[in-house]
Design a binder for this molecule. Sequence first.
Ligand code: HEC
Length: 148
Amino acid sequence: MKKVLLAGCVMFAASLSASPFEKPEDAIEYRQAAFTMIATNFGDLAEMVKGRKDWDQQTFSQRAQFISQLTYMPEEAFKVEGTDKGQTKAKPEIWSDWEGFSAKLDKFQGDMANLAKVSLEGDERATKRAFGEAAKNCKSCHSDYKYR
Ligand code: HEC
């Protein structure tokens, strides 16, 4: 009996050892924090695109670089076992359809990398067009993989 228990512990430790998280809750908080930062930066871009804030290509581009980097961060936290439960809005479909979720994540990363690149080139109209494409990703993923 003791042996079985110990083996269970070792397996659990092994599944987390490749990641920087000590427990599933840490991974959930981490990915939510990444999305919070994505949303704050993206919200500011939206204000500029809608004309509620003065257009500032340099600030826009800086935020787009931040977001692009941030899009790579949530993935490893979704791979941590046990993060389908607790204080999370992640739907079980993320794990039952990992391929589909992963494809949405790839597209998100690609569109944000493109926005970062285009905005750096300095053309306002092209930047706005790239923003429009990138903006579709949020709803597209949330409607399938996140509880409201
Ligand atoms: C590939 C899928 C995917 C994409 C793309 C995506 N999200 Fe999310 N987002 C999620 C999932 C899943 C959660 C729930 C995470 C959790 O609670 O564990 C989430 C959570 C959030 C949260 C809540 C964070 C918190 O503190 O609980 C915000 C805000 C958010 N996303 C904003 C955005 C915005 C803005 C975009 C687009 C710029 C975006 N997301 C793109 C999947 C995605």
